[in-house]
Design a protein around this ligand. Structure first.
Ligand code: ZN
Length: 235
């Protein structure tokens, strides 16, 4: 117990992984080389949410960045978010959509289209389903980027969002969707490692969310002890 101070969900969070200091996973594993650059774009409300999983892309994949829609481009001023200087403000989508071989991770029609043959930069709208859809419509739909759509049903290790949207067909967190996109774009082994890391993160986040007393630091899990992510069986 921590003496009646902030408990569970209300404890101060690590800006890197979003967990508490006792549960922090920032130094547990090194970042891995991503097969393409990843730009997560979130509304300011999401950047202030402790539960945002997008930060894990920045933590575990090289070449990943988080952007807050409409906020100052000055990282220090974007610091109102829980991501702190780890997120950059973005006033317009132009600098992202104009990058060569950009694609958008977002469902298009009723049936997922086959993935594009070459992706050098993946743009990921983040937030609740309504927020992400608004971002997609207002910022990205006009650019007619090729889409990366998750083909199939993939179980989440966490299900942070309260309601699954039927169009998304699952409760995947943003980070899980990114990992599965990496699998679909040709790197399933990397995706499995990322999902296993996420499963460990989710285990700790659930524990925190339950509001129970958080004991001292957990031992850092060795790679071979990582829990299997249920979606890893789907590809
Ligand atoms: Zn951390």
């Amino acid at each position: 117990m921590n003496g009646g101070g902030a408990r569970g969900f209300r404890q101060p969070r690590c800006p890197g992984c979003g967990l508490t200091a006792a549960l922090c996973l920032c130094t547990a594993w090194p970042p891995l080389p991503a097969p393409f650059a990843i730009s997560v774009v979130m509304p300011p409300q999401e950047a202030r949410a402790a539960s945002t999983s997008a930060r894990l892309a920045r933590l575990w994949l090289t070449g990943s960045s988080c952007h807050v829609r409409g906020e100052s481009q000055h990282p220090a001023e974007a610091g109102a978010s829980v991501l702190g200087a780890r997120a950059e403000g973005l006033r317009s989508p132009d600098e992202l959509v104009l990058r060569p071989d950009s694609a958008l991770l977002f469902p298009g029609g009723k049936v997922p289209a086959p993935p594009p043959t070459r992706v050098a930069h993946l743009i990921v709208p983040d937030g609740t389903w309504a927020q992400a859809r608004r971002l997609e419509r207002r910022w990205f739909a006009g650019a007619a980027l090729p889409r990366v759509e998750l083909a199939g049903h993939f179980p989440s290790a966490y299900g942070l969002r309260r309601r699954a949207d039927p169009q998304l067909r699952s409760q995947l967190c943003t980070f899980e969707a990114i990992a599965i996109a990496i699998a679909q774009l040709g790197e399933p082994a990397l995706a499995r490692i990322l999902l296993a890391r996420f499963a460990e993160w989710a285990r700790r986040a659930r524990w925190l969310k339950s509001g129970g007393p958080v004991p001292g630091a957990l031992p850092e899990p060795a790679p071979h002890e990582l829990p299997e992510h249920p979606a890893s069986r789907c590809f």
